[in-house]
Design a protein around this ligand. Structure first.
Ligand SMILES: Cc1cc2nc3c(=O)[nH]c(=O)nc-3n(C[C@H](O)[C@H](O)[C@H](O)COP(=O)(O)OP(=O)(O)OC[C@H]3O[C@@H](n4cnc5c(N)ncnc54)[C@H](O)[C@@H]3O)c2cc1C
Length: 231
């Protein structure tokens, strides 16, 4: 593994933020000489190489920060039951820790359009979506609707930040929480209603497989064109 010549670069953790009982954010320090390498677009992710025992494991985490309005690079990691690296991050990584990180990558980004945006996010799927929402609010006039599914109120990552954005942009940003313990799982008819309210929108989906299947079925039922769908 190389240090500052790629593909992995050594980056220090500047601070750690407790988001919920099972998710923490990690703000990374980008040295001046790596600023261009680590420039990113909202929706992109970083790839981390983690030496664990005899293994070198590789995991991706999306940037939840906003490249246009926030100077920091922040990823948020939610624990998965028995997950090796998500638990390693949550238990072992503190400020000052050095991580091996590849430069930003990914195409889950905003298209150059002015149509409305509808985001379906679930659990840690909110991380790239949070970045896309902050960028769309700051750099476009697009109308946004976020449908955000979580197990319960205590599991909602970025709850305060999203609430504040909804209050700041009441005419442009609609925030709909769906809590499994109150509303049940999102189903196809419920997702279809949301899709039907904005048939010309661009739709962004990020969450567990079953959640994405439900939304994709609703988009298919609504005959939404492929180029309007980002997964
Ligand atoms: C582009 C991208 C962006 C992502 N962004 C984020 C993000 O922003 N935040 C976030 O939290 N996550 C994100 N993820 C998911 C993340 O990369 C990891 O997949 C996640 O953290 C789980 O990794 P882990 O090492 O903890 O779990 P793993 O150890 O890989 O385990 C995953 C699951 O598999 C099961 N499992 C493991 N080994 C076995 C085995 N031998 N037999 C049977 N079952 C087994 C475990 O029980 C667990 O349920 C992203 C993924 C991608 C691809």
């Amino acid at each position: 593994m190389t240090n500052q010549a790629g593909p992995y670069f050594d980056l220090q953790v500047e601070r750690v933020i407790d988001e919920t009982h099972d998710a923490r954010s990690f703000v990374l320090t980008i040295p001046q000489e790596l600023e261009a390498t680590f420039a990113y677009r909202a929706g992109q992710f970083l790839t981390f190489g983690v030496p664990l025992g005899d293994h070198h494991l590789v995991r991706c985490y999306s940037l939840a920060s906003c490249p246009e309005t926030e100077s920091e690079h922040k990823v948020t990691v939610k624990r998965i039951d028995d997950g090796r690296i998500s638990n390693w991050f949550n238990e072992n990584v503190e400020a000052g820790h050095t991580l091996h990180v590849m430069k930003p990558a990914g195409h889950f980004c905003l298209a150059d359009r002015q149509t409305p945006l509808v985001f379906f996010g679930a659990g840690s799927g909110i991380t790239p979506i949070a970045s896309l929402i902050k960028t769309a609010l700051a750099t476009t006039k697009r109308r946004l609707h976020l449908v955000y599914a979580n197990r319960d109120a205590d599991s909602v990552i970025f709850s305060t930040e999203l609430q504040a954005l909804a209050a700041q942009y009441p005419d442009r940003f609609e925030l709909t929480h769906r809590l499994d313990d109150v509303d049940g799982f999102l189903d196809v008819p419920a997702a279809q209603k949301i899709v039907a309210a904005d048939p010309g929108a661009d739709f962004y989906i990020c969450g567990p497989g079953v959640f994405m299947d439900v939304v994709e079925a609703a988009l298919a039922a609504g005959s939404v064109a492929e180029e309007q769908i980002f997964i």
